[in-house]
Design a protein around this ligand. Structure first.
Ligand code: ADP
Ligand code: SF4
Length: 680
């Protein structure tokens, strides 16, 4: 198919200083949990994006010195020449597909604890570091500033040696020393680097000039600047100092990469932000510079991208998450296959890789992070290895992805779903407050299988064991999902809660299906992810008196890893949900529950008309049990195997389809990246 001419503008080359981007698709720097520890994985992942048409592909933040390192988190490193070959690998992969390679050298200053190097962190002022560690940064003196500038020059020269086309100067995300110097409430210096904005900008200006002088003949120098910290006039703001900084440095860099700060604002989830949520903050930039401007906003709609270019907001469409969810997004637009785009759902499961220090994963893209170690490609999959047929029972994320990937391989697939809609839990959960975009997990797959003649879908088909067997499929795949448990058993309670009775409790599933609880409602969160918080929001919005109880210290505790926790807790507080943290459920009475303090065993009694335990889910395995001995190939995938995230369910479906017909591997089923063996 041919590209729709209205998208032509997205495929125009853009000159960035001495280099030229082949199109306007720009993968901005983003963390990935691979970095220096899994460099082959990182390189392959970036290469796949270039193959998918991203004209510029960047690294994540790249530590430029052992004196500023984030050990624990896994970023790239360019501490000395020894790191060059590692990064060159990534550059080569990107160049092989005609893309430009960019690098984001970073000095984290008071944002790093230096737990590995044990160097004392340094910053504009002598203050505790940002991380919750008992560490102070020391104030940089003139010799430190000189050394700091040299670190940047050395990193730039090494970047050039590694083959990079674009080298960043990074003052963003409330995270780097260069940004800390800009901030009036961090920088209390009285020398020429503190005080007036001009003084606070001095170090950034010097580093840009140094970098240009060192490598600007062949490499473009980009500045990544947080133009708004979203804290009004007490921080950098797009109608205040953010704008003034860009005005002061307007023509100095070859490219402006502008966004909001901190990272939780820049990568806000779809629960709290819409596509294009940054546009109002960054639109001024092109009015004050002639240099190309790139910005982000979870852009997945090509029409929205075109209007950003045509309306003079951006020159390059920046993307981190949309490029993770679909590394082939540009190519699909180019080939007139817009409906094939796998749109990011804005869930931030990808971000958890950085927080939890493992290779990134993605809800929408099960091949993310598997490109090198398992050889999985986001668009290609081996053709079928035999003429075999499949019956998949259950059309949730796991069943849908298995059907899609098996269908892509060319197998005959029948997908049976008992409800009248495909999507399973995604269909249900996307109707909860703020989760609407999660529908995309089902939408993408439903459309894909609708285009496949070899995949037949049956709705309203609740299959019994005999009906399953009647299909005479070579392989039966059960993707029947799970039910929320109501007994309260879970992490903190190994037995049903004393006094458990089915009159007082109501299941998460019932609430999602629209059941009306008797107030006052108590939601018990022993799950720690989004569900209990979302239900509290829903029921409070419907007018119920809601108390949220959790053994954790705060609401939806695991969402610290998706950078949503603060917003979730604030929202619940604002709408009047009563929050009781650090308490477990002790006893259920007729119209009340006893809560026990996690530390003191003290009991408090609260009124309760309906208790909703959000603690664990029971895999639906009835069919599996009934099929034992009656069918030769039966496999459980997704939540009916072990309940988990939607990302895990999609992954399970994909993995089943990939591995089918492959020889079983003994031992570790993927390639590993072992540290260089220096065994002397
Ligand atoms: P997963 O996350 O593993 O994909 P879901 O709970 O989202 O699991 O989806 C499971 C789907 O399976 C649901 O849509 C459910 O209606 C369907 N299902 C469960 N049991 C049967 C059955 N016996 N026959 C057909 N569909 C079923
Ligand atoms: Fe988007 Fe979620 Fe994938 Fe991240 S994990 S890229 S937010 S779909």
């Amino acid at each position: 198919m041919k590209r729709d001419p209205r998208f032509d503008v997205l495929f125009e080359p853009v000159k960035i200083g001495p280099v030229t981007a082949p199109n306007r698709f720009f993968q901005v720097p983003h963390c990935n949990g691979m970095g220096h520890q899994y460099p082959s994985s990182m390189a392959e992942m970036r290469g796949v994006k270039a193959e998918g048409g991203w004209g510029v592909v960047n690294t994540e933040e790249c530590e430029i010195s052992h004196t500023s390192e984030l050990s624990g988190a896994i970023e790239s490193r360019l501490w000395d020449d020894d790191d060059i070959p590692v990064l060159r690998k990534m550059v080569d992969k990107i160049h092989a597909h005609g893309g430009l390679a960019g690098i984001e050298p970073a000095h984290l200053g008071a944002g790093a604890a230096n737990n590995y190097s044990r160097e004392v962190p340094m910053g504009p002022a002598a203050r505790p570091i940002d991380l919750l560690e008992p560490v102070h940064a020391r104030r940089m003196d003139k010799s430190d500033i000189k050394a700091f500038r040299k670190m940047h020059v050395d990193a730039a020269v090494r970047s050039k040696k590694a083959g990079f086309d674009i080298v960043y100067v990074y003052a963003g995300h409330d995270m780097t020393t260069l940004m800390h110097f800009l901030q009036s409430d961090r920088n209390d210096r009285t020398d020429e680097y503190g005080g007036s904005l001009e003084n606070r900008v001095r170090l950034l200006r010097e580093v840009i000039e140094d970098t240009k002088e060192a490598i600007g003949d062949t490499c473009a120098v980009a500045v990544r600047l947080a133009v708004d910290e979203m804290r009004g006039k007490s921080g950098i703001s797009s109608d205040g100092e953010g704008r003034e900084i860009v005005e002061m440095l307007a023509e100095l860099p070859d490219l402006w990469d502008v966004n909001v700060s901190g990272w939780e604002n820049d990568s806000a989830t779809s629960r709290f932000s819409d596509e294009g949520f940054q546009t109002d903050y960054i639109r001024f930039v092109k009015q004050v510079t002639t240099k190309p401007v790139v910005g982000v906003g979870r852009f997945t709609s090509p029409d929205a991208m075109v209007s950003l270019i045509k309306n003079g907001v951006l020159d390059l469409i920046g993307a981190a998450r949309p490029s993770i969810a679909d590394p082939f997004l540009p190519k699909k637009i180019d080939e007139g296959r817009v409906e094939d785009i796998r749109e990011c759902i804005g869930c931030n499961i990808c971000v958890t890789g950085d927080f939890l220090s493992h290779p990134m994963r993605c809800t929408q893209n099960p091949t993310m992070g598997e490109e090198w170690r398992r050889g999985w490609h986001p668009e290609r999959i081996a053709p079928k290895s035999a003429d075999e047929s499949f019956l998949i029972v259950g059309g949730g994320p796991s069943g849908l992805e298995a059907a899609r990937a098996l269908g892509q391989r060319g197998y005959d697939v029948t997908l049976a779903e008992r409800s009248d809609t495909l999507g399973g839990r995604v269909q249900i959960e996307s109707q909860l407050p703020g989760l609407n975009q999660w529908r995309r997990v089902a939408d993408y797959r439903t459309y894909q299988i609708s285009q496949m003649a070899n995949v037949a879908t049956y709705l309203n088909s609740s299959l019994s064991v005999d009906q399953v067997l009647e299909f005479e499929a070579d392989h039966i795949v059960l993707a029947t999902g799970s039910d929320w448990d109501t007994t309260g058993i879970g992490r903190n309670n190994r037995r049903a809660i004393t006094g458990f009775n089915s009159d007082t409790v109501m299941s998460v599933d019932a609430i999602c299906a629209g059941a009306t609880p008797v107030g006052p409602v108590v939601i018990f969160d022993d799950d720690y992810y989004y569900m209990a918080g979302v239900l509290a929001e829903k029921l409070r919005n419907e007018g119920h008196e809601v108390t949220y109880v959790t053994p954790a210290a705060d609401v939806s505790h695991w969402t610290h890893n998706t950078m949503e926790q603060t917003r979730i807790q604030a929202r619940l507080m604002e709408i009047g949900v009563r929050i009781i943290p650090l308490h477990n459920l002790a006893t259920i009475h007729a119209d009340s529950v006893d809560l026990v303090c996690m530390y003191t065993d003290r009991i408090q009694r609260i009124q309760c008309g309906t208790l909703i335990p959000v603690a664990m889910r029971n895999p639906r395995q009835t069919l599996f049990a009934e099929l034992q001995g009656r069918a030769k190939s039966v496999t459980l995938i997704g939540d009916c195997n072990a309940p988990g995230t939607i990302a895990a369910a999609v992954y399970a479906g994909h993995r089943f389809a990939r591995e089918l017909g492959e020889e079983a591997v003994e031992g570790v089923p993927f390639r590993r990246e072992l540290p260089a063996l220096s065994l002397d």
